[in-house]
Design a protein around this ligand. Structure first.
Ligand SMILES: CC(C)(COP(=O)(O)OP(=O)(O)OC[C@H]1O[C@@H](n2cnc3c(N)ncnc32)[C@H](O)[C@@H]1OP(=O)(O)O)[C@@H](O)C(=O)NCCC(=O)NCCS
Length: 191
């Protein structure tokens, strides 16, 4: 995703931030589906599914917030807290803003509210990750004070083509086929 010029003279939006509720789950999921597309975010896309939204709503409801503009879903932020030895980290897992409301301060308000809550709960450090090509997000997070950027390397492997793992896959496939053959056939009723 590329850098775009900021639209000028947009009126200020009346943005309300509140906790995500059960009725928001489908809308949040579908907005994420539109935003985290495979061409723009190949790695993020793979893990965005309905279970992400349901799971975080279940485990971290206080860190799942939505933004509304005139009762319309404008964006969401889903986070969690990580406790490691004496440190408490706030982690922004997902952040998304409806393109119709982007560049109007929605993500800004979502993040401020989330960080306020996390500070209340002891966080003294924030973490986030995104694809380095995701310029709007990288700029947004840098503007909000994130720094110390480290690039992460993603590696992949086609298991079927691997010398050893490929044999395991072939073995599993043959085993499944043998089981199909072994299954007792349905007998036709005797007449
Ligand atoms: C990244 C994202 C959440 C920003 O939301 P937003 O509501 O538009 O952001 P805000 O209006 O609060 O902040 C605007 C600032 O972010 C940066 N920014 C946002 N969009 C940008 C763009 N298209 N190009 C360049 N900078 C951009 C700029 O620093 C901008 O400040 P400026 O307008 O003064 O230049 C939004 O673009 C989005 O939903 N992207 C798709 C999902 C995603 O990548 N999420 C993050 C990873 S989980």
């Amino acid at each position: 995703m590329t850098d775009t010029a900021k639209p000028t003279d947009e009126p200020q939006l009346p943005i309300d931030i509140r906790e995500m509720e059960i009725d928001d789950l489908a809308d949040v999921y579908h907005l994420g589906e539109d935003l985290f597309t495979s061409d723009l975010y190949p790695y993020i896309y793979r893990t965005w599914d309905q279970w992400e939204v349901i799971g975080l709503y279940n485990t971290d409801p206080e860190y799942c917030l939505v933004a509304e503009v005139q009762e319309q879903l404008a964006g969401f932020i889903l986070g969690t807290i990580i406790n490691k030895s004496t440190w408490t980290y706030g982690y922004i897992i997902w952040l998304g803003v409806n393109p119709a409301f982007q560049r109007r301060g929605v993500a800004d308000k979502l993040m401020d509210k989330l960080v306020e809550r996390m500070i209340d709960d002891g966080a003294r450090f924030m973490m986030v990750d995104t694809d380095p090509e995701n310029v709007p997000a990288v700029k947004f997070f840098a503007r909000k004070g994130f720094g110390n950027i480290r690039k992460h390397v993603f590696l992949s492997m086609n298991l079927s083509k691997h010398e050893y793992y490929g044999k395991l896959i072939a073995y599993e496939r043959e085993k499944a086929e043998r089981q199909v053959w072994k299954r007792p056939r349905k007998r036709s009723p005797k007449t």
